[in-house]
Design a protein around this ligand. Structure first.
Ligand code: FCB
Length: 457
């Protein structure tokens, strides 16, 4: 691999002095990944099948017929990957645990080889001076549980709590943070209403019930882990967006309110003790058992927020398109950094927030590997602008504790397969060669700059 210090510093892309100041104290810098997107080794060492394995192997579901069978082969290359993380000089690494790797059927027997993998991974991070932020569920449900109803079944919530309790007992005393779910909106809506993600169901009312079982599983898991003495901060990761009405018209404003209620408040309101919103245009409330809402509203030690873009609300036919003043990413997502500031300030106004981590933010870009490197200036600009937005939110009092760039590596981007690249490191999937992009170098230097030292070479 080309040395990470081989790019010259780029003065035009430096963070502002104000941002450096605002992000200096009490702020962790990190990178993020998720198990299914990088691990591969789908049938190694006793791992069970997940719903994403089944989905990938169903023709027509994932672009190019791509699968997670090999992915970035991180299961075998984790030491090298931890060295890449360390080379960035970050404080923290966010990863997820593959439930079917540690409990192949999602209930009953534990797979010791799978547990040992995460045990070693966490030790490997600590040996390199990197904090471990783990997520229990980043969408890879054991297929055997799906066969029993998956998240549509209330019983899955209890199975998740058992899984959480076991992993907390194993790793909790070495973790800096443990999140239950990643982006339950995606599991519920993309997995069960639009069918774009595993398990590929298309029933909006079912999706509402699934969202409740996901939140219930979060509440049951927190209760189980706290009964065992909560060895680390416990929280959840939500994907949020600001929502902009296309105009001042009553129709656009009403549509924006409905989008915000369905995307943000549907999760935030129950987590903060307000139950499900009942605004017009939302699905009917799910079936909620006695005591469920109290479990869901248990205090959070932290909240993780993933932010990529805003939602634009136009009721016109055809809809008025968003301005896209800063362009779009390779996902087609509008680049709108100020939405991150707006979102955080609004959440701070509306909810008694715990400490916040930005657990994902980053950009898909059609990167080209040229002469052993990738010049991904647009990604640098994307990350820099979002850090400036975070600094502004911090200056007005939002309790932001850290930022995790998505992602460490190019990886399996769900239904887009390997066609979309989000990494700070380029992956050649034929050889598994990792190559740092210019953004990796920039991120390392920016972290050093904020800390007040020079970049280490
Ligand atoms: C988020 C997911 C993450 C990744 C990014 C691009 O919604 O949590 O796994 O796919 O989007």
């Amino acid at each position: 691999m080309k040395s990470i210090s081989s790019f010259p510093p780029d003065p035009t892309a430096a963070l502002s002095a104000n941002a450096v100041q605002a992000l200096r104290e009490g702020f962790s810098w990190g990178v993020a990944t998720a198990a299914f997107q990088i691990e591969g080794a789908a049938r190694s060492d006793g791992r069970g099948e997940s719903i994403w394995d089944r989905f990938c192997h169903t023709p027509g579901k994932v672009r190019n017929g791509d699968t997670g069978d090999v992915a970035c082969d991180h299961y075998h290359r984790w030491r090298e990957d931890l060295d890449l993380i360390a080379s960035l000089g970050v404080d923290a690494y966010r990863f997820s645990i593959a439930w079917p790797r540690v409990q192949p059927l999602g209930h009953g027997a534990w797979n010791e080889a799978g547990l040992a993998f995460y045990d070693r991974l966490v030790d490997g991070l600590l040996e390199r001076g990197i904090q471990a932020h783990a997520t229990l569920y980043h969408w890879d449900l054991p297929q055997a549980l799906q066969d029993r109803g998956g998240w549509a079944s209330r019983d899955t919530a209890q199975r998740f709590a058992d899984y959480a309790q076991r992993l907390h007992a194993l790793l909790g005393d070495r973790l800096a943070a443990l999140a239950t779910h990643n982006e339950p909106w995606c599991t519920a809506q993309l997995g069960h209403a639009t069918g774009q993600f595993a398990p590929g169901q298309r029933d909006p009312q079912l999706a509402a019930q699934v969202s409740h079982h996901l939140l219930l599983s979060h509440g049951l898991a927190l209760a189980a882990m706290r009964a065992d003495g909560a060895r680390c901060p416990l929280g959840i990761v939500l994907n949020h967006s600001s929502v902009t009405p296309a105009s001042d018209s009553a129709e656009d404003r009403a549509l924006a309110a409905t989008h915000y209620a369905g995307f943000v408040r549907w999760y935030m309101d129950p987590l903060f003790g307000r139950g499900y919103p009942q605004d017009p245009g939302l699905p009917q409330r799910p079936v909620v058992g006695a005591g469920d809402l109290d479990l869901i509203a248990a205090p959070l030690d932290f909240l993780g927020i993933n932010y990529y873009t805003r939602i634009w609300a136009s009721a016109a036919q055809p809809p008025v398109p968003p301005p896209r003043a800063l362009g779009v990413t390779d996902m087609g997502w509008e680049i709108h950094p100020d939405g991150l500031r707006e979102l955080l300030v609004g959440l701070q106004r509306d909810y008694p927030l715990p400490p916040i981590y930005i657990t994902e933010n980053g950009m898909a870009h059609a990167d080209l590997l040229h002469e052993g490197t990738v010049d991904d200036a647009p990604r640098i600009d994307y990350v820099r602008r979002h850090l400036e937005a975070l600094a502004e939110a911090r200056r007005v009092g939002v309790d932001l504790r850290g930022y995790f760039c998505w992602s460490l590596l190019d990886n399996f981007e769900w239904d887009s397969g390997y066609a979309k690249r989000f990494g700070l490191f380029h992956v050649d999937y034929a050889t598994q060669q990792r190559t740092h992009k210019r953004s990796a170098h920039w991120y390392r230097d920016t972290i050093a700059q904020v800390r007040g030292g020079a970049a280490h070479g």
